[in-house]
Write a protein that binds this ligand. Structure first.
Ligand code: HEC
Ligand code: HEC
Ligand code: HEC
Ligand code: HEC
Length: 163
């Protein structure tokens, strides 16, 4: 093989692997977000999530349902995810940050996070009603209806230093 051919193939390989990387952000779990998102003066997002029903979504399942994929898909971020994308997240943490904000392995780096645009390019989601309705729908055996404004207010974890 000559050098030209080799560098062409190498080039293709680099392009291919960067595309694959961008699409394969992995789930890292709430403990990783906690390092940077739990300061009281900035809204302690981790503590607010921990006190919310989402962090307790596994504790409402009993017996065989703790292993039932039909329940887990909405009650656990880790169990409901493509298993090849599961990194350090645990099944027990229930509906975790990344069910709403997207898998975090690529955007959780400080230099990326500081830049909202860059974060979104790496998979960060600022969730709207559609994201909630992936789980808050009539397929849930305990569905109580869903009003976005009312429900979003119940789980709000705003940063008070921002607008
Ligand atoms: C190394 C520190 C760090 C880690 C780890 C981290 N973040 Fe961030 N994050 C930041 C910084 C810095 C910002 C910029 C805004 C700010 O100052 O709060 C930010 C911004 C955000 C925003 C957008 C806020 C806005 O309106 O600008 C969201 C949502 C977010 N992070 C979620 C997460 C989630 C979910 C995780 C875990 C998967 C995570 N972050 C991990 C530091 C971090
Ligand atoms: C489509 C997503 C989805 C599926 C599938 C699902 N759940 Fe849920 N579950 C939810 C949501 C969302 C809630 C919160 C209730 C609400 O506000 O509608 C919930 C609440 C619950 C609760 C709390 C009861 C209450 O009154 O708040 C229990 C118990 C529960 N689910 C058990 C199960 C079991 C058992 C299965 C499997 C047979 C299951 N769920 C499947 C989404 C789901
Ligand atoms: C059930 C969905 C859901 C979960 C779980 C969730 N968030 Fe959020 N988060 C939201 C919504 C909705 C917003 C507001 C989005 C907007 O303003 O457009 C938000 C906003 C944020 C912001 C921006 C706050 C601001 O005022 O700038 C940060 C930071 C954040 N979340 C971090 C986290 C972290 C860290 C976790 C886990 C410990 C988490 N979130 C869990 C839905 C969620
Ligand atoms: C991955 C699935 C999933 C997503 C996405 C999701 N939720 Fe939930 N949500 C649940 C489950 C499961 C429960 C029930 C947990 C429990 O009972 O402990 C729940 C419970 C709640 C509750 C408590 C309801 C009650 O009866 O007291 C509120 C409020 C809520 N969610 C708001 C939201 C909002 C707002 C969003 C979107 C920003 C959202 N959820 C996205 C699965 C989800």
């Amino acid at each position: 093989m000559n050098l030209k051919k080799l560098s062409f193939i190498l080039g293709l390989f680099i392009i291919f692997s960067s595309v694959v990387n961008a699409q394969n952000a992995q789930y890292v779990g709430a403990a990783k977000c906690k390092m940077c998102h739990n300061k009281a003066e900035k809204g302690e997002q981790y503590n607010k999530w921990l006190a919310s029903p989402h962090a307790k979504a596994m504790s409402v399942l009993k017996g065989a349902d703790l292993k039932n994929p039909k329940c887990l898909k909405c009650h656990s971020t880790a169990a409901g995810a493509d298993q090849s994308l599961v990194a350090s997240i645990t099944v027990e943490e229930g509906v975790s940050c990344e069910s709403c904000h997207g898998a975090g392995s690529l955007y959780k780096v400080a230099t990326v996070m500081k830049d909202m645009k860059a974060s979104m390019a790496k998979g960060l989601i600022m969730p709207d009603e559609k994201v909630c309705k992936k789980c808050h729908n009539a397929e849930s055996p305990n569905f109580k209806g869903f009003n976005f404004k009312e429900y979003a207010a119940k789980i709000a974890h705003k940063d008070p230093t921002k607008k």
